[in-house]
Write a protein that binds this ligand. Structure first.
Ligand code: S3P
Length: 444
């Protein structure tokens, strides 16, 4: 894009300190937008995620008939959502554009499978290369008519909405997006839907649906949903800070020799706090204060300071609880004493970029000793990182994670395609500047 800053230079920081309030949680915000758009009446949400991903969800929902407007920006930004309720959504007059956002595409596809009109949904090159069979398969079992490019493997997706029916489904991948897509179709299905998840994933959809009056029960790893007999009740709340964005500062402070950072109003839903468990197990000086509920989501303030980390093994059921934080945890592994091994994270290969190959490739450029595994990586920690030129591969989590490595690397680091942080954390570079007290150079 003309005039966009695509390159950031970072120097080893002498000090890292201050107070930070991470942007509103992206996963929670998508769901608050979608579910309130279905509700009967209006809701006001404050602290919506400012990233491009949630903007894509807003544009799609507007095209489907929901009214979403900006409210008062102070003390924190708000959105007013008028749900379509009993009237229902309407057919969009163009292709829906999910841009870079798989959550937008997958959740909306589930919902649109059960609406009485045709929808076509597409996205950018990265999203069009991500697996969609895992979405199409369960929706077809529900009777949906949904097709994708490459023999139903990829977007664009075409959906001829119709009356679907409930299913009993064993989720083959621990994906909250697929689980949520099935639940959204299940709201309008004939008969109950039951989902069995072998490994639990983030449960924001379940929590929010229940709060909005849906009949949803959970029993161990089972979720069972009764179709709606009346529209959802709107809910307004303050969206907690995104722990996936807070993760950069948690790792930065833990690995920096002279750091103390307070992270305010951070979501600590237990299905998302793998990063906290891992950092504590690595020896991080991390404290949770002022724990409270925001709607049905747990929130706390986090205090973290310079720590002597040791390498650990990260594998098993914890993986879905920290899947998006693995790039920055790999940076923590580089700074830790001993080896950090990450296994069972093959899903990383089908995120916004191949996060196993790209994390290994880019961290190696800092002189880190790191080996690729089919489903993870082994990081031989404790080696001095050297500033270098690295590339985000147009992946927002990689851009920010590489910047954190740059903060502790000797000399200067340049992150190319740095603008991509806007997908989830548009103010990332300003916050980095604020916490380190210097201005990273920017170039177009
Ligand atoms: C998300 C679920 C996860 C996560 C993604 C957001 C969500 O993806 O990686 O960033 O909001 O449901 P999967 O469902 O593919 O595991």
């Amino acid at each position: 894009m003309a005039g966009e800053i695509t390159l950031r230079k970072i120097r080893e920081a002498a000090y890292l300190g201050g107070e930070i309030t991470p942007p509103g949680d992206k996963s929670i915000c998508h769901r608050a937008l979608i579910l309130n758009s279905l509700a009967e009446g209006a809701a006001k949400i404050s602290n919506p995620s400012p990233g491009e991903d949630c903007r894509a969800t807003i544009s799609c929902l507007k095209a489907l008939g929901a009214k979403i407007q900006k409210g008062k920006p102070l003390p924190s930004p708000t959105l007013l959502i008028s749900g379509t309720g009993r009237l229902g959504l309407r057919e969009a007059d163009n292709v829906l554009d999910a841009r870079n956002s798989a959550t937008t595409m997958r959740l909306l596809s589930g919902l649109l499978s059960a609406q009485p009109f045709l929808s076509i949904i597409s996205g950018d090159a990265s999203l069009r290369s991500r697996p969609m069979k895992r979405l199409i398969e369960p929706l077809r079992l529900m009777g949906a008519e949904i097709w994708g490019r490459g023999q139903d493997s990829f977007a664009p997706l075409v959906i001829r909405g119709k009356q679907v029916h409930g299913i009993d489904y064993l989720l083959p991948v621990p994906s909250a997006q697929i689980k949520s897509a099935i639940l959204l179709a299940g709201l309008f299905a004939q008969g109950k839907t039951a989902i069995y998840q072998t490994t639990p994933s983030r449960n924001h959809t379940e929590l929010m649906l229940r709060e909005m009056g849906a009949e949803l029960e959970t029993d161990g790893n089972w979720i069972s949903l009764t179709p709606l007999s009346a529209p959802l009740v709107p809910i307004g709340f303050h969206i907690p800070g995104d722990i996936s964005s807070a993760a950069y500062w948690l790792v930065a402070a833990a690995i920096h020799p002279n750091a103390r950072v307070k992270i305010m109003n951070c979501g600590i839903n237990p299905t998302r706090t793998g990063i906290i468990d891992v950092l504590l197990a690595m020896g991080a000086k991390l404290k949770l204060e002022n724990q409270r509920l925001e709607g049905s989501e747990l929130v706390a303030d986090l205090l973290i300071e310079s720590s002597e980390l040791k390498g650990i093994e990260i594998a098993g059921d914890i993986i879905p609880r920290l899947i998006d934080e693995i790039p920055v945890l790999a940076v923590a592994g580089c700074a830790a004493r001993g080896n950090t091994t990450i296994r069972g994270a093959g899903e990383l290969r089908v995120k916004e970029s191949d996060r196993i190959a790209n994390v290994v490739k880019e961290l190696s450029k800092f002189s880190a000793r790191i080996e690729e595994l089919p489903d993870g990586m082994v990081i031989h920690g404790g080696k001095l990182l050297r500033g270098t030129d690295v590339d985000s591969h147009l992946d927002h989590r990689l851009a920010a994670s590489l910047a954190i490595a740059g903060l502790v690397a000797k000399g200067e680091t340049t992150v190319h395609h740095a603008q991509v942080v806007k997908v989830s954390y548009p103010t990332f570079w300003e916050e980095l500047e604020m916490l380190t007290g210097y201005q990273p150079e920017e170039k177009s």
